[in-house]
Design a binder for this molecule. Structure first.
Ligand code: SAM
Length: 228
């Protein structure tokens, strides 16, 4: 029976890919990707040519069915998200659940689901933040509207660091909100593994002042670590 490999890909620097991930991409029968254009750059860099299929929210049901058929036919299927580890604030979890449930219904027909671990913005940020991450909470992206205030309160009262993902459009809004709920320290890891990688840390007010005086840095991708 088939194998579904969930492969982590780089979060910026294309060298951040494991030997096992490259071998898996070379050996598989087909790659399903959140966005085929993104994975194409990685495949071109490593001269890998494979059939590519898009699996996004719009095509998820149809493509999941197709993947199940391929796995039952003994094929080796890879799934990649746009960057980092699939399933971490990214598609992948529903596909894996569907394949697990399917194999269970068929009394474990021998479909293997394997993780090919690698980069994630979450672990990369924690590894250089200088924050005690013996324990931490990961909130992913905060809800934009409903539930946001509750999440902010939870962050402010958390006894362990809270890690968030944020987009450049909302990073200043988030810092202003963190200022009002009075958290003590915020560390922001921006553009990890890329040319403009930067880690800044301070109170929400200090970071707002930093970004106001360096508006060119309010762009890219952000991981935010809050300690109260
Ligand atoms: N699955 C990915 C992972 O394992 O890190 C996360 C995908 S999530 C859709 C994208 C968010 O991750 C970005 O908005 C940003 O918050 C964070 N992120 C991804 N790449 C990053 C990078 N190079 N530097 C900082 N944050 C990054």
């Amino acid at each position: 029976m088939g194998t579904l490999s969930i492969v982590a890909t780089p979060i910026g620097n294309l060298e951040d890919i494991t030997l096992r991930a490259l071998r898996t991409l070379k050996e598989c029968d087909v790659i399903y990707a959140e966005d085929t254009r993104v994975i194409s750059k990685l495949l071109a860099r490593y001269e890998i040519k494979k059939p590519l299929q898009r699996l996004d929210a719009a095509t998820e049901n149809k493509k999941t069915k197709e993947i199940l058929e391929r796995l039952e036919a003994g094929k080796h299927v890879v799934f990649v998200s746009d960057a980092g580890t699939p399933g971490i604030s990214d598609p992948g979890a529903r596909l894996v659940r569907a394949v697990r449930e399917h194999s269970h219904i068929l009394k474990n027909v021998g479909i293997t689901i394997e993780a090919i671990p690698g980069a994630s913005a979450l672990t990369a940020a924690l590894s250089i933040a200088g924050v005690d991450s013996t324990e931490f909470t990961f909130f992913g992206f905060l809800p934009h509207k409903k539930g946001r205030q509750t999440a902010l309160k939870k962050i402010a009262t958390s006894e362990i660091p809270v890690v968030l993902y944020e987009s450049p459009h909302r990073i200043l809004r988030l810092l202003k909100e963190l200022e009002t709920v009075e958290v003590s320290r915020v560390t922001i890891a921006r553009e990890l593994t890329k040319v403009h990688e930067e880690v800044v840390s301070g109170t929400p007010s200090e970071l707002l002042a930093h970004f106001s005086s360096h508006p060119d840095t309010v762009r890219g991708e952000f991981v935010v670590i809050v300690t109260s």
